[in-house]
Design a protein around this ligand. Structure first.
Ligand code: SAM
Length: 232
């Protein structure tokens, strides 16, 4: 059984779509999409030799070589223009996800949905969407094995609505997630409580230093903590 995180990602793939999973590792998402007839074809892209071989083995083991093309390469370079409708990129930092999308901008033509699951740096991903003509349409947050994940879905060709949320500015909603903030689930609260604990520890360490630089940083962290107290 694949993780709930990957199942949730799969649930956002429109039925019968042609999907690319970039950074597919063992091709578990690709296998799940094909075995459950959720996608008509999947391109599983992988940069590194070990996971690339593992992905090929996995697809052979389920006898899906005709429906899953496993390719070795960097980001969207494995795709031909117009080849897929949906691109999934999961389990990487937001910065890497954004650079994969920016480097492969010409391959995004014809793609109408992005399903992205950054491990960190969700704000960067939302900002990239906003600046590049992608409309955030769904967000989910979930906890699995003690780790909290956010899944962000963006579509193209849907009306552009600004991020509007109760009590929060657009900048804040880029951090919090406009749909996640609207829903304000216990998992979202838990995410920001963990973040606050992390920054409290940083503040503690900074407070021990007498260097001007550290004190300046401590003042910034205090502000950050005040903001977190407010949103939790
Ligand atoms: N997507 C899977 C998931 O969410 O479970 C695997 C995540 S794994 C942590 C990240 C995978 O992305 C690794 O297998 C890594 O080799 C691959 N990767 C990293 N940078 C990449 C890039 N620029 N292009 C394609 N694959 C990449």
């Amino acid at each position: 059984m694949i993780s709930r995180r990957l199942q949730t990602i799969a649930s956002f793939c429109p039925e019968g779509a042609r999907v690319a999973d970039i950074g597919s590792d063992h091709a578990l998402l690709a296998s799940y999409l094909i075995e459950n007839k959720m996608a008509s074809h999947v391109v599983a892209g992988e940069l590194n030799e070990g996971p690339f071989q593992a992905a090929k083995k996995q697809i052979q083991s389920i006898g899906a070589e005709d429906r899953v093309s496993v390719r070795k390469g960097d980001g969207l370079a494995v795709l031909a223009p117009g080849e897929v409708d949906v691109i999934c990129i999961a389990g990487m930092g937001g910065q890497l996800i954004v650079s994969i999308l920016a480097d492969g901008a010409e391959k995004l033509e014809g793609v109408n949905r992005l399903i992205l699951q950054p491990n960190v740096g969700e704000e960067l991903v939302r900002r990239w969407m906003q600046e590049n003509g992608w409309q955030l349409t769904h967000e989910t947050i979930l906890e699995e094995d003690g780790i909290i994940y956010e899944i962000l879905v963006a579509d193209r060709g849907v009306p552009d609505t600004p991020y509007l949320g109760k009590e929060r500015t657009e900048e804040e909603l880029l951090r919090l997630g406009p749909f996640l903030w609207e829903e304000k689930s216990p998992v979202l609260t838990s995410k920001w409580m963990r973040e606050r604990d992390k920054w409290r520890k940083v503040l503690e360490q900074l407070s021990r230093s007498e260097k001007e630089e550290a004190q300046e940083r401590a003042r910034q962290v205090e502000k950050e903590l005040e903001w977190m107290d407010e949103v939790i």
